[in-house]
Design a protein around this ligand. Structure first.
Ligand code: PMP
Length: 467
């Protein structure tokens, strides 16, 4: 029988890399039409905080279906929506929850990013946005602008701190401080064109960019820099939220209270739901200013309420921190045997293994940071970020001896690891600036035995690609 999905656009991505036809799923496990079972560490790109078809989620959905409640009522107030807002506000960082509003957006994360960008532009009367290299915020025009691959004059792209491929070649706290100073220098430069931006948008852990956790100190510096200049700070927690990183919201690690939070994925308990939460002082929108037919789907809100409550009541964020720490430790030990595992990093159950070519020539700037254009003296040039700094602008200084000399990224090897994992019944995600990062996003409900099984299969896959 010719599968009708063959008629789908070639733009499909997951379907190409994962040639399976899922027909049943529960928890961490997906079953294909051929009867094969897989451990799913992709989890709907980090959506399934409780795994597939968790009983509390199914029960919440059934309850709405059986109650005769309307399934679609635009954005009318309903008891289901009330329950969702109550539970959401219970989880929010106190500094924000105390005086925040929530806006329901179109169903996807990218819709909420659009809404956030639009909101800060409306609230400040300004247009420019500060975003970071390697960011991913979505696929619609505004969110793409703020993401790593695209470029638009209204967006200034600033260096995101990272240890392994630090754009300044030093990593650690010093690299993060240089990145922060870079941001300051752009904001202080009259010629940068973004001295008075409408907002700054950042991911507390870059997900699609290759699982790069921002250091807490850098997060606090971003909060300080934006607060001093009255720039609204937008935290994109679409992927990091709902316990994934070991705190309910990833901003809690640093104690940073953003002005705006963009939430989607797990908040809908596996159904599409997206919201923006923001300080009520920013609520300049009049009725109709941000509309959309599919805001706040009843089933998604019910599934989301059940998920948020379950994660909170069962302290699954703490569990994610513990299990994630253990997985990182074991993967780092594994990396000692496999030099192609260039870097193992993550936070909570958001884990990445950067695959490298250990035979290749090492060097911090060689292939590792292509979006950073080196100037004379080895400094990344501001033009690389779409802004132009004066010569007299205080610049981060480049240390004489780079500490980090990572090997070239190995995307083909990462793809091979994904294939080998699949052969062994393990589904992993790829990501990163060079598609060289093997990513694990298991549900927060993963059991100890399942963690062991995932690591075993991954170790076998690493052995297979290394032989
Ligand atoms: N922001 C972040 C941080 C994301 O990871 C994603 C999706 N991976 C998005 C926004 C976009 O969400 P969606 O795919 O639901 O539009």
């Amino acid at each position: 029988m010719r599968r009708q999905s063959a008629r789908e656009s070639a733009a499909r991505t997951y379907a190409r890399a994962l040639p399976i036809v899922p027909v049943r799923a529960r928890g961490l496990t997906i079953e294909g039409a051929d009867g094969r079972r897989y451990l799913d560490c992709l989890s709907g790109a980090g959506t399934l905080a409780l795994g597939h078809n968790h009983p509390v989620v199914l029960e919440a959905i059934r309850k709405v279906l059986d109650s005769g409640a309307p399934l679609h009522v635009l954005d009318l107030a309903t008891p289901v929506k009330d329950a969702f807002i109550t539970e959401l506000f219970r989880t929010l960082p106190p500094g924000l929850a105390d005086h925040a509003r929530v806006q329901f957006c179109g169903p996807a994360g990218t819709d909420a990013v659009e809404a956030a960008l639009k909101l800060v532009r409306a609230a400040t009367g300004r247009t420019g946005v500060l975003a970071f290299t390697g960011a991913y915020h979505g696929m619609t025009a505004g969110s793409l602008e703020a993401s790593g691959g695209a470029f638009d004059v209204r967006v200034a792209r600033l260096p995101y701190p990272q240890d392994y491929r630090c754009p300044f070649g030093v990593g650690g706290e010093r690299g993060a401080e240089l990145a922060a100073r870079w941001t300051e220098s752009v904001l202080d430069d009259p010629k940068s064109g973004v001295r008075h931006p409408a907002g700054m948008i950042l991911e507390p852990v870059q997900g699609e960019g290759g699982v790069i956790p921002a250091p807490d100190g850098w997060m606090r510096r971003m909060r300080q820099i934006t607060a001093e200049r009255s720039i609204p700070l937008i935290a994109d927690e679409v992927q990091t939220g709902v316990g994934r990183t070991g705190a309910f919201w990833a901003v809690e690690h640093s104690g940073v209270v953003p002005d705006v939070m963009v939430l989607s994925k797990a908040i809908g308990g596996s159904l599409p739901l997206a919201v923006v939460v923001y300080r009520d002082a920013l609520d300049v929108w009049q009725p109709g200013a941000h509309a959309g037919t599919f805001r706040g789907n009843q089933l998604a809100m019910a599934a989301g309420t059940a998920t948020l409550a379950y994660v909170r009541e069962n302290r699954l964020a703490e569990r994610a921190a513990t299990l994630g720490g253990r997985m990182l430790g074991q993967l780092r030990r594994l990396a000692q045997d496999f030099p192609c595992m260039g870097d193992v990093r993550g936070r909570g159950l958001m884990i990445g293994v950067e695959m490298v070519d250990p035979e290749g020539e090492s060097g911090s700037g060689a292939i590792g940071a292509p979006q950073v254009v080196a100037q004379a003296g080895g400094e990344p040039g501001p033009s690389a970020y779409g802004v132009h700094a004066r010569d007299s602008t205080p610049r981060p200084t480049t240390p004489s001896a780079p500490r980090h000399t990572p090997y070239p990224a190995a995307p083909a090897l990462a793809a091979a690891v994904r294939r080998e994992c699949l052969r062994r019944g393990l589904i992993v995600e790829l990501g990163g600036r060079h598609a060289s990062v093997v990513r694990l996003l298991p549900p927060l409900t993963i059991t100890d035995e399942q963690v062991a099984a995932v690591l075993d299969r991954l170790a076998d896959a690493m052995a297979a690609v290394s032989s």
